[in-house]
Design a binder for this molecule. Structure first.
Ligand SMILES: [Zn+2]
Length: 644
């Protein structure tokens, strides 16, 4: 018995040509080898592998459970990917011609480009940062058959938010950003307290609700077999006022009148975040402090100092340091008419709203899909730097064309009525970017001689390296601009340095086959975590290049010994902010015992020894035991700064 799929003939012809030309191993990395597509082989392989990340064609360490639900989901991935590529190839051919779609498939197959969440690329979009305002005012209006009225109390609000997360995360691939979760949580808590509807004390009631919410966020039921990827931001007074000040609560009061209370509320939430880790270590939400830094100082110094101190407990938050509140306050949230959006976009060609797929982001902003340029691949293909530059333009254009195709396919899904997440207005296409990801950036700079090593073994960008880096980012930016003009795009395109949890391995493996390179994994930092360098060289180059992609890159600063005291950490935060670093996090190793208590060192407070370690795999804290085998090697090779 042969299972049949009806596919577009030119697609099948091209895929067969690629499979024949490049052999079984590359077909396997792509998920198109016979053993991938054969369900029985797949099931055997899944059962034999130790971690899900090693068995799946599209792994992430967030799904570390070998379980029937994971098996059911992962076994169809190769077929879903095949169907997605077939659809994209067909649609791309219709708009750009067969030469272009073949160019894309070849680039994707051989590793010059890498499409994120390729399995779902013709089905749904990537990520979004939602406002909960509609949910607060209308309840679960998007649930078919079970309409509710607006939430009235803190517990119903939390329950609705969990429903909302489950609904949205099952209909997208990436993060569910909840920038205003705490803004409304505060409102319902205050209301319950005023109505005497609380137990023990207002603070106890608040903390109990925080605690159960944090536990719930980490339960896999939200996404059937894995927890949903959620982000929560903590804003300083400046951002709180600029972003939410004008918002009206359901009782007619305004957010701006509660800024101090909201600051206190955010702090108590973070206190519970830290406390729960001692009871049981967990991954979500990803937390980001959003702080305004102007004229060489933090404008809201009190909150910045508090954030700095609090972060020293588990080093579990990202820092987004903005120079202006505009980067976070999207004017989209006032739902302007189409003309206004068009005008706004014209003006916005060169500036971006803060968005990063592994951290927080502004309100009502997201990405339809990320497609990476594998820069090291393109460099190795090119005989010299000039040829590289023209190849880069070429691949960027192919990248933009496939992203444009994906956007059209997703739009059609909305028109067909199968993506109601848009129909109900939970996501607005007008505020979703197409994202050009950059990968193997450092390796590319190194290839062209842009990295120096000093007598202590420290790596840094030399003058040539800086020049090439800026040129590369400018070429991508200019190509995006020209494409948007020539294609009359009604959407924005941003650039992000991809976190690439599994993609960094896939690209390296493909390059080893195609280009005879010898890499286990590519870095996802301006200077990779396994390269020896000084904090300052890393910070300086990050600050320079972060600006060119508007925070779409996160610098991880690995510190092994942790800060000795608050002043030392505060001093570092100020130095990094002054250098112009936009988005970064300190990484440290958090131990867990068999009861999953978090602690530092080898023995837990409960007396039991360390059995595992939590560290950011790429963007969020997960147990090292759940990393893929290549990520485990990469982790072992990570270098750690000693702060002094
Ligand atoms: Zn313990």
């Amino acid at each position: 018995m042969d299972l049949k799929l009806k596919l577009y003939k030119p697609f099948v012809a091209e895929l067969n040509r690629l499979k024949e030309k490049y052999g079984e191993e590359l077909a396997g990395i792509n998920g198109f080898a016979d053993y991938n597509l054969n369900f029985t082989d797949f099931i055997d392989n899944f059962v034999d592998n130790n971690t899900v990340a090693d068995a799946s064609i599209d792994p992430n360490a967030n799904s570390n459970n070998k379980d029937i639900t994971t098996l059911e989901r992962d076994m169809v991935k190769p077929h879903k990917k095949l169907l997605s590529y077939n659809k994209l190839f067909y649609e791309m051919t219709k708009k750009y011609g067969l030469v272009e779609s073949r160019k894309w498939l070849q680039a994707e197959y051989t590793g010059a480009l890498l499409l994120h969440d390729a399995v779902d690329s013709s089905f749904k979009s990537y990520c979004y940062s939602y406002s909960l305002k509609e949910l607060v005012n209308r309840g679960l209006f998007f649930m078919k058959g079970l309409k509710t009225s607006a939430p009235k109390h803190l517990d119903s609000y939390n329950r609705f938010v969990l429903n909302f997360i489950s609904y949205t995360s099952n209909r997208t691939n990436g993060a569910v950003g909840l920038p205003d979760y705490l803004i409304y949580s505060f409102f319902f808590w205050k209301k319950d307290v005023e109505e005497g509807r609380y137990f023990t004390s207002p603070e106890y009631y608040r903390d109990q609700n925080f605690q159960s919410f944090i536990y719930d966020l980490n339960e896999p039921y939200l996404r059937v077999a894995e927890s949903a990827f959620t982000n929560i931001n903590l804003f300083d007074r400046e951002y709180l006022t600029a972003m939410f000040g004008g918002e009206e609560y359901p009782d007619g009061t305004f957010v701006v009148d509660f800024i101090e209370e909201l600051i206190a509320y955010q702090k108590s939430f973070m206190d519970m975040i830290a406390k729960v880790r001692k009871e049981t270590m967990y991954t979500f939400p990803v937390l980001t402090y959003v702080l305004l830094y102007k004229d060489n100082k933090f404008v809201d110094e009190e909150f910045a100092r508090w954030a700095n101190k609090h972060n020293m407990i588990w080093y579990d938050s990202n820092f987004y340091i903005g120079e202006t509140v505009d980067s976070c306050s999207a004017c989209y949230r006032y739902t302007p008419n189409f003309k206004e959006i068009q005008d706004h976009k014209k003006n916005m060609q060169e500036e971006w709203l803060f968005i990063n797929s592994i951290g927080g982001s502004a309100l009502n902003v997201g990405s339809v899909r990320v497609n990476d340029l594998n820069l090291n691949h393109i460099a190795n293909l090119s005989v010299d730097y000039d040829v590289f530059k023209s190849n880069l333009i070429d691949y960027t254009l192919t990248n933009l064309k496939i992203l444009d195709t994906i956007r059209r396919v997703i739009k059609r899904n909305v028109e067909k009525g199968i993506l109601k997440i848009y129909t109900y207005g939970l996501i607005d296409f007008n505020s979703q970017y197409n994202t050009v990801g950059i990968a193997s950036f450092y390796e590319c700079i190194q290839y062209f001689g842009g990295i120096d090593i000093d007598e202590f073994g420290n790596h840094s960008y030399n003058e040539l390296g800086i020049k090439i880096s800026e040129e590369i980012l400018n070429i991508i930016k200019d190509t995006i601009r020209d494409f948007r003009i020539s294609e009359n795009c009604d959407y924005l395109v941003n650039i992000e340095q991809s976190p690439n949890e599994s993609g960094a391995v896939k690209m390296a493996r493909k390059d080893n086959i195609i280009l005879n390179t010898n890499n286990v994994i590519y870095g996802n930092q301006w200077i990779p975590l396994q390269e020896k360098c000084t904090i300052w060289d890393k910070a300086k180059i990050s600050a320079k290049l972060d600006k060119m992609c508007s925070g779409g890159a996160i610098s991880h600063i690995n510190i092994d010994n942790r800060f000795a005291n608050e002043d030392q950490s505060w001093d570092m935060l100020n130095k990094l902010a002054k250098l112009g670093l936009i988005y970064f996090a300190y990484n440290t190793k958090i131990s867990v015992c068999e009861d999953n208590h978090a602690f530092y060192g080898d023995v837990c407070d409960c007396g039991k020894p360390k059995v595992d370690e939590y560290c950011r795999v790429v963007g969020f804290l997960t147990p090292v035991s759940s990393y893929s085998k290549e990520r485990k090697i990469e982790y072992k090779n990570r270098l750690w700064f000693e702060v002094e």
